[in-house]
Design a binder for this molecule. Structure first.
Ligand SMILES: Nc1ncnc2c1ncn2[C@@H]1O[C@H](COP(=O)(O)OP(=O)(O)OP(=O)(O)O)[C@@H](O)[C@H]1O
Length: 285
């Protein structure tokens, strides 16, 4: 089956900035949670905005459900749920009144899902949204995105600002969302432990360019991080070296296949956070 989202050679620049997305290409299979990882200003929101059509792309194609995205296609848009922390819900409304607005907007609004999520996230039904904390607003935005029966969720920092319990609830809801293998999520977060917990694929982006895209399983089961001196470094086959960080005495090296390391070197235990740091702060070799 085709991917739920295909991004091909996406380019996007801003008139008043040197930043640009450089040929961003990736695909999100059905039933998958893709973690989008990059430092501040790497281009995650720009990519997501270009996919959603809230930003005008310079070039490239975006196919959703096998169909090229057309900004005017309302039906495709109904199938996408987006949560951005810059999008503000109308502050004068309550959770209850907001539902009446969204029922008019979305033909397939699901009252039961909305009610269940409001309860799960412990959100007050009769309090004005303007009095919600950042975390409460994020939870409400996710509840709305999930209640119009979207098939693709695009979540920009949806777990930021949530307390540990709230994050656990959110991750559970997101995992549940993709369970039937018919829906998918693209999720950006600076909390790499959240991404490590729920994503099955990872895309690392730096300065508008994808550095690495890989399944989490492949990274955790086959990649490696070794500490070595300059002589040992020379013995690591160059084709498996992905990034290096260190001084003249010691290096940390990210490798794509730890089985191919010389026997004198062993990968240390590592997390996705360690991989992220090496890719973002290290040099490509
Ligand atoms: N409207 C704009 N006009 C000019 N430059 C912009 C605009 N929006 C974003 N940029 C620039 O584009 C670059 C990428 O920003 P973007 O918001 O996509 O990064 P990000 O990876 O989402 O960062 P963060 O993790 O901080 O949210 C930054 O250098 C930013 O300053």
């Amino acid at each position: 089956m085709a991917a739920i989202l295909e991004v091909d050679q996406l380019q996007k620049t801003y008139a008043d900035s040197n930043f640009g997305l450089k040929d961003i290409s990736f695909a999100i299979p059905y039933g998958s949670i893709v973690g989008f990882i990059g430092e501040n200003g790497a281009g995650k929101s720009t990519t997501m905005g270009s996919i959603l059509g809230t930003l005008h792309k310079d070039s490239g194609t975006i196919r959703i459900f096998g169909k090229e995205m057309d900004a005017k296609d309302v039906h495709i848009k109904e199938d996408i749920g987006a949560v951005f922390d810059t999008v503000k819900l109308p502050g004068g409304l309550t959770v209850k009144k907001l539902e009446r607005v969204f029922q008019q907007l979305y033909s397939n609004w699901n009252k039961e899902t909305y009610s269940n999520l409001i309860q799960l996230f412990s959100l007050p039904k009769d309090k004005k949204i303007s009095g919600f904390s950042r975390g409460m607003s994020m939870k409400l935005s996710v509840a709305v995105a999930l209640s119009h029966e979207a098939k693709l969720l695009i979540l920009d920092e949806a777990t930021a600002g949530l307390d540990p319990g709230g994050r656990e609830d959110m991750l559970k809801v997101l995992r549940e969302f993709v369970k039937g293998q018919e829906r998918s999520i693209l999720l950006s977060s600076h909390i790499t432990s959240d991404i490590e917990q729920i994503a099955d694929r990872l895309i690392f982006i730096k300065s508008g360019e994808i550095l690495l895209q890989e399944t989490k399983e492949e990274i955790l089961n086959h990649y490696g991080i070794v500490q070595c001196d300059p002589v040992e470094y020379q013995n690591i086959p160059s084709e498996i070296r992905l990034a290096t960080r260190g001084n003249e005495v010691f290096f940390d090296v990210l490798v794509s296949d730890r089985e191919k390391l010389p026997s004198s070197l062993q990968s240390k235990r590592f997390s996705i956070d360690d991989v992220t740091l090496l890719l973002m702060r290290g040099e490509r070799v």
